[in-house]
Design a protein around this ligand. Structure first.
Ligand SMILES: Nc1ncnc2c1ncn2[C@@H]1O[C@H](COP(=O)(O)OP(=O)(O)OP(=O)(O)O)[C@@H](O)[C@H]1O
Ligand SMILES: [Mg+2]
Length: 414
């Protein structure tokens, strides 16, 4: 944040998006600029393949956003995805009070810190970078799921539950390197799944229990929220580009397969039109052939089912069943545009499913109202949270608190 604006960079498998939020004269945060550039294979499953190409795409996406801004974008909040981004649940238990005391003692700040530290240290792999540390809840003799640290209570034992999200250190360094090569600074790195969840979910949903699923080009990001915090995060290395390459098995070009997917296919049996067929150009340009809507859609349906079976496995890792997730599932990301994907996701996972588009900014949202922008918009929300030095997850409350703080900063600068 350079005082005037907040910028985010979603480096996805298919493209780089730069989104910028500014404080309006009415003291409302709104997204005022967006830039985008294709990546063309320079990133695979969240891992950088070519620093030079990714840096050039970053530069170009930022420059496009800067065209409509009176300021330049100097630093960005960055997202990271890929199978190397994972969450670990840890529980740390400590005895309260000194060891020579018998019975219950009053829980102090130090006891809480010790329990949290013990929970944090649980089994993190070597070579990882900690992206997020989330205090889930606390337990004392006889009470579980206490949201606030139970300081002042008398107890013999205290447990803290912490959820830690990590990424591969080198993979993350490579992404940051690309930003540096584009002459910008990284203000923070967040998991894409968390960012997308922040953009499409409401505070109430996160409280009740809900899953956000961002189906992109190369990855599907899954974030489970419960009791207002992140309960599980995982990334599946499957996405919309696989559906396109499956369709190429019909012996059509990549462009033709992409067209079939985005303009014609459906992802649910109930939407297949048995009477429909169309002529498509043969690979190599030698004439055309006819394919039925059923054949094309069946290829899509199979892959979409596979994706949501993998999503189901991620959800079950959270230890929460569908009764504990009454908010169901909200799907977003470019591939969520596939007609019938919502129905298919519901059938496979057994959860109520809805489409999610980014919300959270009060005006100018039409700039970023498509599901592809969820990560970039969520990053702005996470960036705002960081700027406001608030650990709270609540978007609505957070906005009103942070707005006045940032307005103060801007008054000094302008
Ligand atoms: N109308 C549509 N129907 C079906 N698929 C679509 C449609 N529009 C875009 N897609 C697909 O969405 C994918 C791109 O989504 P998105 O922009 O969210 O991915 P990304 O962020 O670049 O990748 P990732 O998050 O996997 O790293 C592509 O596979 C594209 O084919
Ligand atoms: Mg993405």
């Amino acid at each position: 944040m350079n005082g005037h604006l907040l910028a985010s960079l979603d480096i996805g498998t298919g493209k780089v998006i730069c989104a910028v939020a500014e404080l309006s004269p009415e003291q409302e945060f709104c997204v005022t600029a967006v830039g985008q550039e294709e990546l063309g294979g320079a990133l695979r499953r969240g891992m950088v393949v070519s620093v030079k190409k990714v840096a050039a795409a970053i530069e170009s996406a930022i420059e496009e956003a800067e065209l409509v801004l009176p300021w330049s974008v100097e630093d960005v909040f960055l997202s990271v995805s890929g199978e190397h981004v994972r969450g670990f649940a840890g529980t740390g238990t400590v005895s309260v009070g000194s060891s020579d005391e018998q019975g219950a003692s009053e829980i102090t700040r130090e006891d809480v810190a010790k329990a949290e530290e013990a929970a944090r240290a649980v089994g993190l792999p070597a070579g990882c970078r900690v992206l997020e540390t989330i205090r889930r809840d606390y337990a004392v003799d006889g009470f579980e799921r206490l949201r606030e640290p139970p300081m002042g209570l008398n107890a013999e034992q205290l447990s803290a539950r912490i959820y830690t999200v990590i990424s591969d250190k080198v993979a993350t360094q490579n992404l940051e390197q690309c930003v540096r090569q584009a002459d910008r600074f990284v203000s923070g790195v967040y998991p894409s799944a968390l960012a997308s969840g922040m953009a499409v979910l409401s505070e109430d949903e996160m409280e009740m229990g809900v899953v956000a699923v961002d189906v992109g080009a190369g990855t599907t990001d899954v974030a489970v929220f419960k009791d207002g915090t992140l309960a599980h995060l995982g990334v599946v290395s499957l996405g919309g580009d696989l559906i396109t390459s499956d369709l190429q098995s019909l012996r059509v070009s990549l462009q033709e397969a992409e067209k079939l997917k985005t303009k014609w296919a459906v992802a649910s049996d109930s939407m297949v039109d048995a009477k429909k067929s169309m002529k498509v150009p043969r690979l190599g340009g030698r004439g055309t052939f006819t394919v039925s809507h059923a054949v094309v859609s069946q290829i899509v349906i199979q892959r979409v089912e596979e994706i949501f079976e993998a999503v189901s496995r991620e959800i079950s890792k959270s230890g929460l069943d569908s009764t504990e997730l009454p908010g169901g599932m909200v799907v977003t990301g470019g591939s969520s545009r596939l007609p019938g994907l919502v129905e298919a996701a519901g059938e496979v996972t057994g959860l109520p499913v809805e489409l999610g588009k980014p919300t959270g900014f009060e005006t100018a949202t039409e700039l970023v109202s498509s599901p592809e922008y969820s990560t970039a918009v969520g990053l702005l929300l996470l960036g705002l949270r960081k700027v406001g030095e608030s650990e709270r997850w609540t978007r609505e409350r957070f906005f009103s608190e942070v707005k006045s703080k940032i307005a103060e900063i801007l008054k000094k600068l302008r």
